[in-house]
Each structure stands twice: as C-alpha cells, then as structure tokens.
Write a new protein. Structure first.
Ligand code: AR6
Length: 185
C-alpha cells in the first residue's frame, strides 16, 4: 500500500509518500531510526536496523555517545540499502505533559530533515517515531509527524522526497487519513 502527495512552494515540488512496509527495506538516501538518548539500538525499528545493518552502526553510535530528546544524529547505513541512518530521539510519552511531548516529537522530525539537507541528501524515510515502545498515541503522533514534515517542505528550496513508512496496515490507514485531512485544509 502506498500513496503520494505533492507539496509545492514557489520554487520546487516535493513529494510526501506514505507506505506500508519494513523501513529497513527502503532505498532512500537515509532512513530514520527511532532512537534513544544513549544511542543504543534496542527493539522495534532500532532492532531491525541493528540486525540488518550489522555492527558498524552501533559502533558509530558509541563514538557519538548520546543525543538529547528531540535531537538527531547521523551515521552510515552499514549493510543496509541506504548510505545513512539518521537516529532521531522521540519522547517517552508518559515522561512529559502532552504539549511538551508533542514539541519533542516535532523537533525530532525537524532536526532529522535539517541533518538530511546539511548532508546534501534528498530522500528520507521516517518510521512512526515514539509510537511503539515509547507509547505516543498514534492519532496525535500522525498529526505532528505529518504537519512537521509539510511545514518543513513548504519552506525548503531544495527538492526533497520524504516517506513515512508504517509497519501495519492500521497505522498506514491512520497516517494516510490524517495526511488527506491536513492537505485538504
Ligand atoms: N519498519 C517500520 N516500522 C517499524 C518497524 C520496521 N521494521 N519495526 C517497528 N516499527 P519503536 P519508539 C514501528 O518501538 O516508540 C527501541 O528499543 C512500530 O510499530 O521502534 O520511538 C529503541 O532502541 C511503531 O509504530 O520506536 C528505543 O529505546 C514505530 O515503528 C525505543 O525503542 C516506532 O516503534 C524507541 O521507541
């Protein structure tokens, strides 16, 4: 399942694609890991990246050390199909008042996109950061993740292709309905 939207500004037309699948199979310039502040690849997306990407990604993370909530860092993609993994730190939902958790999630997305551009890369695939182990409810997470990406694309003058890769068909439907609603406004 997949669906593509065009996001335009005065200079360029970006694409936003929603797709159901395993993010470690994507072939964008970078995929995003749903990481933790210690940059230790645990379960979920991080576990899949560790298994398919090999040891080098964790070793690079160890060199970097740590990252704050809402931040992001970049490593190579090890044995994955991608050249780079951007490790974005979403919030543990229960640790913050809802508005603060939302801001951290939004910052994690925005900082990942900034790192993408700083590294002269143009395509990226995001998972639904924080909605697994970190317990962020799916509907508000979909709203924040999609709105943040669209806001970024509206001001970016370099053409970007952004994907959101959802693991389950239920998540795909939640995100796709939200994208349709936001872009209709
Ligand atoms: N491809 C795409 N999406 C996936 C995949 C996959 N292979 N695997 C899981 N998801 P999570 P978080 C979905 O738990 O909530 C780890 O231990 C999953 O269904 O990976 O940010 C890290 O090391 C969910 O919707 O990330 C951190 O400590 C979404 O990806 C912590 O968990 C995010 O689930 C991060 O927790």
């Amino acid at each position: 399942m997949e669906c593509q939207y065009l996001i335009q500004n005065a200079e360029v037309t970006h694409t936003l694609k929603l797709i159901q699948g395993d993010i470690t199979e994507r072939e964008t310039d970078a995929i995003v890991n749903a990481a933790n502040i210690n940059l230790v690849l645990g379960s979920g997306v991080a576990g899949a990246i560790r298994r398919k990407g090999g040891k080098s990604i964790q070793e690079e993370c160890n060199q970097i050390g740590s990252c704050e909530v809402g931040g992001a860092v970049i490593t190579t993609g090890g044995n994955l199909n991608v050249k780079h993994v951007i490790h974005a730190i979403g919030p543990i939902y229960k640790q913050y008042p809802p508005k603060e958790a939302e801001l951290h999630l939004s910052n994690a997305i925005k900082n990942s996109l900034e790192i993408l551009q700083d590294n002269k890369l143009s395509s990226i695939s995001f998972p639904a950061i924080s909605t697994g182990v970190y317990g962020f409810p799916k509907h508000p997470a979909a709203d924040i993740i999609i709105s943040t990406i669209i806001r970024f694309l509206k001001t970016s003058l370099i053409q970007l292709s952004v994907e959101i890769c959802l693991f389950s068909s239920d998540d795909y439907n939640i995100f796709n309905n939200k994208a349709r609603m936001i872009l209709k406004k």
